[in-house]
Ligand binder design. Structure first.
Ligand code: MHO
Length: 239
């Protein structure tokens, strides 16, 4: 008995398929749309946005990392002038940049000043993202009574964070589920399944969203019922 496992062929944006035993029946990376876009936000500790965005419909992959500074090859212990950030690969026909911006504003306090590691920043990647970010910031100025400190900066270079920070909740607090997926270190960054599960296990999306999530159809009944239980607990994110 065999099941298909899809693996992202980086750069070419295409899929090749390998066959492997049914016990690891998981499609690791979804079909990436040819018009895929990337959004980059910083909103405090990056574990939470990884989970929040990872389980939204239309989001294909997320990765946490460091950006906004000048130091080459920053690390968690030597961040230099960088900020913790999230990179989100999304299908703009399914989820818009505006919707991602709404989630950005709603899920941290953009009026609070932090040290550089935890700044609130929208790193726009093109002119369209820049003007949407400016508009949304203007709108938010009527929503928040305190001054918004969020910076709008052009995207430059994104350095992936260490593997142990990727899909942090899934790999640290839900080890049985995580181990059952048989992910390789690279999959922590590329896997759609890991991104989704990392969000669902900390209650970042609803049971309805989970049940209608076509990316997760390959989950075993045991894993499925575990995730359902986790969703029922409500939001469990912490940083
Ligand atoms: N309170 C957390 C922050 C982690 S974060 C990725 C810690 O000190 O480990 O900045």
């Amino acid at each position: 008995m065999h099941t298909l496992r899809n693996v992202f062929n980086s750069g070419a944006r295409s899929l090749f398929t390998i066959v492997f035993p049914a016990s690891k029946a998981v499609a690791f990376v979804s079909t990436l749309p040819p018009n895929m876009k990337t959004a980059t936000f910083a909103m405090g500790c990056f574990w939470h946005p990884d989970a929040l965005f990872g389980c939204q419909k239309g989001v294909h992959r997320t990765r946490v990392g460091y950006t906004g500074g000048t130091l080459h090859n920053p690390t968690y212990r030597n961040l230099g002038d960088h900020t913790e950030a999230i990179d989100i690969d999304f299908d703009p026909e399914v989820i818009t940049y505006e919707k991602l911006l709404k989630l950005f504003w709603k899920n941290h306090d953009p009026t609070e000043t932090h040290k550089r590691q935890y700044r609130s920043v929208i790193f726009y990647r093109d002119e369209e993202q820049k003007s949407l970010a400016q508009e949304s910031k203007k709108e938010m100025e009527n929503v928040f009574k305190n001054h918004i400190v969020t910076a709008l900066e052009p995207f430059n270079k994104f350095y992936n964070a260490e593997d142990y920070h990727q899909k942090y909740y899934l790999q640290t607090h839900h080890t049985k589920l995580f181990n059952s997926l048989g992910l390789k270190p690279k999959d922590l960054v590329d896997s759609t399944i890991a991104a989704k599960l990392n969000g669902y296990v900390v209650g970042e999306n609803t049971l309805d969203a989970f049940n209608s999530d076509s990316e997760l159809l390959g989950l075993s009944p045991e894993n499925r019922s575990y995730v359902e239980k986790m969703i029922a607990r409500g939001k469990q994110t912490h940083c």
